[in-house]
Design a protein around this ligand. Structure first.
Ligand code: DD9
Length: 245
C-alpha cells in the first residue's frame, strides 16, 4: 500500500508542479503586473512564500522547524546544506522569498528561472571568470541595499543527505562584505525527493535555524567556512533525532 501511495504522490508531483508553477505561476505574475509596482511585488512575493509552504502540504510531508529565524530587518546571508530540489521551496517557504546565488544551469528550468530572477537571484557560470566577477559585484551591491541571499556552499546536492565539505572560498562574499551568516540545516528532503529522481517517498523533513554568525569574529574565510560547516553538520544531526523520534 505504501508503494502504491508513493507512486500516486510521484504522479501528483509532476502534474501538481506543472499546474502550480506554470499555470498558477503565470497567473500570479500577470496579477502582479496589473496591481502595479509596489502592490504587485508584495502580492507576488507573498505567493512565492505560500508556494514554498504549500508544496510540502500538497505532497503530504510534515515540516519540523527548529530554532528561530532572525528579525526580518536584519541583513544576513543564508548558508544552507543542499539535499534535494525541495530545498528551494523549503527555504522560500520558511526563511522567506529570498534570492539565491546559484549555478547558471538553473536558467534552463522554464518559469523557475523567471521566479529566480524575480527574487533578484544571481546565477553564476563557474566556468566563466568574467561573468562570475560581475555576478559577485552585483551580489555585493544588492547586499548593501539590504537584500538577503541564499548560498549552498557544498556546490551540489548531497546524495545521502550527509553534509559535503564546503567548497573553498564559498563564503568569501559573506567574509568580504562582513554580512552576518544565518546557518540553516536541512534534513529529510533527500529522503522525500532524492537527487536525480522525480519520485516522492518520505513524509517528514526539517529545517533548523542557527544563531547569526558574524564574519568579523573570524581571521579568514576558511575559519568562518569551517565554523559554519560544523554548525550546519550538527544541525542536521539534531534534526535527524527530532524527526526520527
Ligand atoms: C506562485 C507560483 C510560485 C512558483 C515559485 C517557483 C519558485 C522558484 C524559485
Amino acid at each position: 500500500f505504501v508503494k502504491f501511495f508513493n507512486i500516486l504522490r510521484s504522479v501528483w508531483l509532476i502534474v501538481g508542479a506543472f499546474l502550480y508553477i506554470f499555470v498558477y505561476g503565470a497567473i500570479v505574475l500577470l496579477v502582479g503586473l496589473i496591481l502595479g509596482k509596489e502592490r504587485g511585488k508584495r502580492f507576488v512575493l507573498k505567493q512565492i512564500e505560500i508556494f514554498g509552504r504549500l508544496a510540502f502540504k500538497l505532497l503530504g510531508v510534515k515540516v519540523y522547524v527548529c530554532g528561530k529565524k532572525p528579525d526580518v530587518n536584519t541583513n544576513y546571508i543564508v548558508v544552507s546544506n543542499h539535499q534535494s530540489i525541495l530545498d528551494i521551496p523549503l527555504i522560500i517557504g520558511y526563511v522567506g522569498p529570498t534570492p539565491f546565488i546559484a549555478k547558471k544551469e538553473l536558467e534552463k528550468f522554464p518559469m523557475v528561472n523567471v521566479y529566480l530572477k524575480y527574487l533578484g537571484s544571481e546565477l553564476i557560470d563557474r566556468g566563466n571568470v568574467r561573468q562570475t566577477a560581475t555576478a559577485i559585484r552585483e551580489v555585493m551591491r544588492k547586499l548593501k541595499e539590504g537584500y538577503h541571499f541564499v548560498i549552498f556552499p557544498e556546490g551540489t546536492r548531497s546524495p545521502d543527505g550527509e553534509v559535503l565539505p564546503f567548497k573553498p572560498r564559498s563564503l568569501e562574499i559573506a567574509f568580504k562584505a562582513k554580512v552576518p551568516v544565518l546557518p540553516v540545516a536541512i534534513w529529510g528532503n533527500h529522503l522525500v525527493i532524492p537527487k536525480h529522481k522525480l519520485i516522492v517517498r518520505g513524509n517528514k523533513t526539517g529545517i533548523m535555524f542557527g544563531e547569526l554568525v558574524h564574519p568579523e569574529n573570524f581571521q579568514s574565510e576558511e575559519e568562518l567556512r569551517q565554523y559554519v560547516e560544523s554548525v550546519i553538520r550538527q544541525g542536521t544531526k539534531r534534526l535527524k533525532e527530532v524527526i526520527e523520534n
